[in-house]
Ligand binder design. Structure first.
Ligand code: NAP
Length: 292
């Protein structure tokens, strides 16, 4: 059993940590504008609501102008903040430049850039179409990279600004039956962590969020509903909160929302022989692998 002093220390530590977190979450974001891609998706909606509920303004980015307008009306009424929308297909190579130019031309200053949009997709690499996997690389890698290339120099010149890139726990292992998706997220984590170091003394921060399996549109868009990996997927609210807090604190990385099965699996993954690891991931992502 742990000595009494240790227990007391740990309790105080936890209390202190909770207090710090609450302090951060209650910080007013008035005058701070967050540009959020995939704003009306499962995780994106949570980021939007957290930022707006703290008084922050928004630039909402997504494909459907109807959904963006509906979201804008809802948040501006509910939270009394300013919101702009940019309807754009993020798989197009010109998307990032169009977003940046739209902000510049309208005089919208971005304080927080949240590269959240992304998607996966179940299937054997050789059976998935060229279009499916190339547009995934464009949305998950190319456009976030282009957006950061455009906005980060402005952040550094101003001496403040925050970049939050949404990666995945998929980043830390190969993902047979979602081979390209896992590889895109490995890129996002590696790239973000390198940027964290490069921007360290500039007043700018770069954070990467690595969620576990969440109950969002990701499951249906990726045809993953019958897989074991998503059997106990968590709600995205606590994941968004952890990521947003991590971004405000300028943390290097944040892992959040692991399911009960994922926790031991993630802990053991680095110790498992690679072939065994890939076999496990393959099985968890097979159609119909979800246990009743
Ligand atoms: N859910 C999970 O289990 C999980 C786990 C780890 C990481 N993540 C990551 O979390 C992030 C958010 O995903 P989510 O879980 O919230 O899924 P989601 O509910 O499907 O949201 C994804 C958002 O990205 C947008 N998007 C996709 N392709 C786009 C395109 N070509 N142009 C513009 N917008 C596009 C979607 O818009 P449309 O609806 O119009 O397509 C949607 O708003 C992604 O980066 C994902 O990889 C998810």
């Amino acid at each position: 059993m742990a000595p009494f002093a240790d227990i007391l220390f740990t309790t105080n530590e936890l209390r202190n940590q909770k207090f710090q977190e609450e302090k951060i979450m209650s910080q007013s974001q008035q005058g701070k504008t967050a540009l959020i891609t995939g704003s009306y998706g499962g995780l994106g909606t949570q980021f939007v609501n957290i930022h707006a509920s703290n008084g922050g303004d928004l630039i909402l980015v997504g494909r459907s102008s109807d959904k963006l307008e509906a979201q804008k009306n809802e948040v501006t009424k509910k939270y009394n903040v300013t919101a702009h929308t940019i309807a754009i297909d993020l798989s197009k190579p010109e998307a990032a430049q169009t977003i940046y130019d739209t902000c510049k031309n309208n005089g919208w200053t971005v304080d927080y850039l949240i590269n959240n949009a992304g998607f996966g997709g179940q299937g054997e690499f050789i059976e998935r179409s060229m279009e499916q996997d190339m547009s995934m690389i464009a949305v998950n890698i190319e456009t976030p990279t282009r957006l950061a290339k455009l906005f980060l120099p402005d952040f550094v010149k101003r001496g403040h600004g925050k970049l939050l890139n949404v990666s995945s726990t998929a980043a830390v292992m190969p993902g047979p039956l979602q081979a390209v998706y896992y590889a895109t997220k490995a890129y996002v984590t590696s790239w973000s962590e390198a940027l964290w170091r490069e921007t360290r003394d500039t007043g700018v921060t770069v954070t990467v969020l690595m969620p576990g399996a969440m109950q969002t549109g990701f499951i249906s868009s990726g045809n993953l509903g019958s897989t074991q990996l998503f059997a106990n997927a968590v709600k995205p609210d606590s994941v968004a909160k952890a990521g947003y807090e991590g971004m405000l604190e300028g943390k290097l990385d944040v892992t959040a929302g692991l399911t009960a099965t994922q926790k031991p699996f993630m802990a053991m993954a680095p110790m498992l022989p690679k072939k065994m690891l890939m076999d496990n991931v393959y099985k968890m992502q097979e159609q119909g692998s979800r246990r009743k």
